[in-house]
Design a protein around this ligand. Structure first.
Ligand code: NAD
Ligand code: AHE
Ligand code: ZN
Length: 369
């Protein structure tokens, strides 16, 4: 079949809207009509040439929602007509990682996913006879895409696609990092670095679990109002204080935060986030994705004296089990999504979403097909 898609033919180039050939689902795969997709900073990072797994030409996009249109042989957990969210972190429920109960990082298809191909080693997309690669196993910047059955979460049909797609990455990542990774408790002091599409979800989850102080840190002043809208109690622009950010935060938190979150992807900020933690127990969670080749460092003394450095991928959410619950939380009004969707675009306008993100003017842009 044919599908309309935004293709990244090369890094640092605008996406091009073209008609691709798409092969139907093979055994254990499903064809999904994507109804909506968000644009996450990770898409911009890969397009910008910063991803060590970046591969071109590719259909980017990993934050989508849609409808199953066809299932391949052997598929039992979903059927045509089901509403689903594609999962870049699948859940096979059979691999060592899934069975461990200790992580959401299913390993069943991670190797082929990282090479931009389906589990059988081939691509389903092609253009003028040449293969076009898949991205993070999802490729939601296409009106139709093919996914392994283990990489779709079935969601309730009354959830609007426009908001549900954001649960495919940003919402689940931010909310999950608070609940699953850090396990923030009521009364805790929290610092969030980077108040974008991820950081604001960290803030709203910290408010939801009853955190006390929720301090937001961003170099863009316009994010202060956004932070407050979702529960932030204090805002700091590190460029507008007359001392270093770490001692400033240690003072604001009377000795250090119980939990800090990096939602910037900047390795200097990751260090600040660790060092702003309370001696003896503070936990810092790295969510941001750093450029290829970048490394983090700190004095080992920071860890010897009880601070803990952790990472969180997809908020520690086990996709097929956890994502439908997050959609339920949204539908019940426990979490908000709609106000964070600042721009609705057509596929033809998708490059604008990247511009708005780089200019710091959007929280989430969503493309409706
Ligand atoms: P975004 O562009 O919407 O937000 C980033 C925010 O960080 C912006 O508000 C920006 O002003 C702020 N910022 C930039 N440099 C800063 C600095 N030095 N100090 C303070 N604030 C600074 O991006 P997003 O979509 O929210 O994504 C945030 C990060 O999370 C990215 O690195 C993205 O790749 C990553 N991410 C990780 C996961 C995961 O599973 N670990 C999932 C989604 C996104
Ligand atoms: N490809 C990069 C790593 C990118 C990365 O860390 N991705 C996050 C999700 S970001 C979503 O917006 C993730 O889940 N990582 C776990 C995984 O298995 O990829 C690189 O450095 O090579
Ligand atoms: Zn993402």
């Amino acid at each position: 079949m044919k599908t309309r898609a935004a293709v990244a033919f090369a890094e640092k180039q605008p996406l091009e809207i073209v008609e691709l050939d798409l092969e139907g689902p093979k055994d254990g795969e499903v064809l999904v009509e994507i109804m909506a997709t968000g644009i996450c900073h990770t898409d911009a990072y890969t397009l910008g040439g910063f991803d060590s797994e970046g591969i071109f030409p590719v259909v980017l996009g990993h934050e989508g929602a849609g409808i199953v249109r066809e299932v391949g042989k052997g598929v039992t957990s979903v059927k045509a007509g089901d509403h689903v969210i594609p999962l870049y972190t699948p859940e096979c429920r059979q691999c060592k990682s899934c069975l461990s109960g200790k992580t959401n990082l299913c390993t069943a298809i991670r190797e082929t996913q990282g090479r931009g191909v389906m589990p059988d080693g081939t691509t389903r997309f092609s253009y003028k006879g040449q293969p076009i690669y898949h991205y993070m196993g999802c490729s939601t910047f296409s009106n139709f895409t093919v996914l392994p059955e283990i990489a779709v979460a079935k969601i309730r049909e009354d959830a609007p696609f426009k908001a549900a797609c954001y649960c495919g990455c940003g919402v689940s990542t931010g909310v999950g990092a608070v609940i699953n990774t850090a396990k923030v408790e009521a009364g805790a002091n929290v610092v969030v670095f980077g108040l974008g599409g991820i950081g604001l979800n960290v803030i709203q989850a910290a408010r939801m679990v009853g955190a006390d102080k929720i301090i937001g840190v961003d170099t863009n002043d316009s994010k202060a109002e956004w932070g407050r809208r979702f529960g932030m109690t204090d805002f700091v622009n590190p460029n507008k204080i007359d001392e270093d950010i770490v001692p400033h935060l240690l003072r604001l938190t009377e000795g250090g935060a119980d939990y800090t979150f990096d939602c910037t992807g900047n390795t200097d900020v990751m260090r600040q986030a660790l060092e702003a933690c309370h001696r003896g127990w503070g936990v810092s969670v790295v969510i941001g994705v750093a450029e290829a080749g970048k490394e983090i460092s700190t004095r080992p003394f920071q860890l010897v004296t009880g601070r803990v450095w952790k990472g969180s991928a997809f908020g520690g959410v086990k996709g097929r089990t956890g994502v439908p619950k997050i959609v339920d939380w949204y539908m019940k009004g426990k979490i908000e999504i709609d106000p964070m969707i600042t721009h609705i675009l057509s596929l033809e306008e998708i490059n604008k979403a990247f511009d708005l993100m780089h200019e710091g003017k959007s929280i989430r842009s969503v493309v409706l097909f």
